[in-house]
Design a protein around this ligand. Structure first.
Ligand code: FES
Length: 103
């Protein structure tokens, strides 16, 4: 059953930046895009690069290892329709960011 976890405070991540968190044994990449927060599985599906350390331009993150790009709002790979990184639901309440993770 999915469980919601507090991952950070809103103020921890300036707009246009991202951070990596380890939550319930998972690596989660959290992105702040124009007042909205998005969470993806933080491990790049290509070869395990840290997506949270990539360059974020608008809602597109570029993996720092080999340049794969993903839309952080959906997890969709920018070139390959068949590749979609797992995205996790995000909720913001009272200045805190919560991410829903599967078991
Ligand atoms: S590990 Fe991310 S593009 Fe290769």
């Amino acid at each position: 059953m999915p469980a919601e976890h507090r991952i950070a405070a809103e103020t921890d991540i300036p707009a246009g930046e991202s951070r990596e968190f380890v939550v319930a044994g998972r690596i989660v990449a959290l992105f702040h895009v124009e007042g909205e927060f998005h969470a993806l599985d933080g491990v790049c599906p290509h070869a395990g690069g840290p997506l949270a350390n990539g360059v974020l331009e608008g809602c597109i993150v570029t993996c720092p290892w080999h340049g794969w790009q993903f839309d952080v709002s959906s997890g969709q790979h920018c070139l390959s329709a068949g590749i979609r990184q797992t995205a996790f639901p995000v909720r913001v309440a009272d200045g805190n960011i919560y991410v829903e993770l599967p078991d």
